[in-house]
Design a protein around this ligand. Structure first.
Ligand code: T4K
Length: 389
């Protein structure tokens, strides 16, 4: 690996890039290929490819067990899972969400004619600020969707209290929070239900996929119907529904990745520690830490570029991309600044100062099983050189 010691070693100054292949944020973690191929063979032999097959059932059982929750209803992706959960809870009118999230959180509402109302975040945790949520409640509000951003739980107790006081539904977008806990209790056990994403780029993937976790038997039953066109038995449609089913081969990927999960967590944790050591003391730069008292998946390495840093976030990103280090500006510029929502709320920015500030400062760095400790150390030394140069 190339050594980066002075600004003359940087690709933006004409040197060869630090890496000859791009380093992506979101390179998939993949468990045993042999085990996956074995599942695939069995799936072909059975000729049962979708519709609640045996692999999907086994997958749901193990994901529910892993999170200590009664029901796991698997889905074709996290976005459809959000849409189904929202509809099953009977949300309508206005629903309060953070703007600082992946756009799917907001889209899952507006796709169904529900207005996402953006509340500001806590600038330290990056999660919804309960007081900001209170300020956004109107007579049309029917629910709140908290997001466990970066895998760190939203303030679930405070949000539950607000929901109870105002008779609102509460659910969580737990797309980042597979395997994480809050006060020792696993994600999946908060609000009415919680939605996971198993997209290729996630800590835990099923190629594409998602799931809803809940302890509510009736809700689980309803959501199972809704993901399969409302069919109860062969010819009997008893509910409105869509096609949200997970396929067998996706569930097989999930099972092999579940078997590998401890090694993925270990790799992410090792990388996070290497980033922390590599960036320690760098003026104007801070790295989000994890609460070691909780279960964490360490999937997102979130670096904040403060106003006292000698370089801007965008300048650092530009220089990193030149080195083939494809850091991302998640979740810039905030949903409220994206075209479908910008026109709806031209003044939303005034209500979301923390969202604006955080979205302008954050970048996410590559990690996962495809990144070695040495690669992380090189990325950190590149960042140090960019910032100083
Ligand atoms: N809620 C939240 C809070 C979410 O973060 C997400 C998804 C959802 C809901 C919705 O869940 P899903 O419906 O997706 O299950 C990515 C993912 O597409 C998205 O799933 C994820 N959040 C979001 C945070 O990141 P992009 O646009 O950055 O993805 P993309 O395709 O550019 O991938 C990132 C990088 O990963 C690429 O540059 C290359 C690498 N990559 C990607 C894929 C797909 C690979 O190396 N291999 C691959 O197979 O949104």
């Amino acid at each position: 690996m190339k050594r980066i010691e002075s600004k003359h070693d940087l690709a933006i100054n004409g040197a060869v890039p630090a890496f000859d292949q791009p380093l992506h944020v979101g390179r998939p973690n993949i468990g045993s290929r042999e085990a996956f191929m074995q599942y695939a063979e069995e799936i072909f032999d059975r000729r049962w490819l979708s519709n609640n097959g045996p692999v999907v059932q086994e997958f749901e059982r193990r994901v529910a067990e892993y999170h200590g929750v009664k029901h796991c209803i698997s889905m074709c992706n996290g976005t459809v899972a959000l849409e189904i959960a929202i509809r099953a809870l009977g949300m309508e009118g206005e629903v309060i969400v953070p703007s600082y999230t992946f756009v799917a959180t907001a889209h899952a509402l507006s796709w169904q004619g529900i207005t996402p109302v953006f509340a500001d975040i806590d600038p330290v945790t990056h999660n919804l600020d309960p007081e900001a949520v209170r300020r956004m409640i109107t007579p049309r509000t029917t629910g709140i969707i908290g997001v466990h951003l970066w895998g760190q739980a939203a303030p679930v107790e405070a949000l539950q209290q607000i929901a109870d006081e105002h008779g609102l539904k509460l659910m969580f977008d737990a797309a980042h929070a597979f395997g994480c806990s809050r006060n020792g209790r696993m994600i999946g056990n908060f609000g009415a239900c919680e939605v996971l994403s198993f997209h290729a780029t996630k800590f835990f993937n099923t190629f594409e996929g998602g799931a809803i976790l809940t302890n509510d038997d009736d809700l689980a039953e309803k959501m199972r119907l809704m993901r399969n066109f409302g069919f109860s038995g062969l010819d009997n449609v008893v509910h409105m529904g869509t096609n949200g089913k997970m396929i067998e081969v996706a569930a097989a990927m999930g099972l092999v990745n579940l078997d590998a999960i401890d090694s993925v967590i270990a790799a992410n944790k090792r990388n996070h520690e290497a980033y922390r050591a590599g960036l320690a003391g760098l003026h104007g730069i801070s790295l989000r830490t994890f609460d070691e008292a909780e279960r964490n998946n360490y999937q997102y390495v979130v670096m904040e570029v403060g106003p006292d840093c000698l370089k801007t976030r965008d300048r650092i990103i530009e220089a990193l991309h030149a080195e083939n280090i494809l850091a991302r500006k998640y979740f810039w510029p905030g949903c409220h600044n994206m075209k479908p929502y910008r026109e709806l709320y031209p003044l939303a920015g005034l209500l979301l100062p923390n969202t604006q500030q955080v979205a302008d400062r954050v970048m996410v760095l590559p990690t996962g099983t495809t990144m070695s400790k040495e690669m992380v150390e090189t990325v950190a030394s590149v960042i140090r050189t960019i910032v100083a140069g």
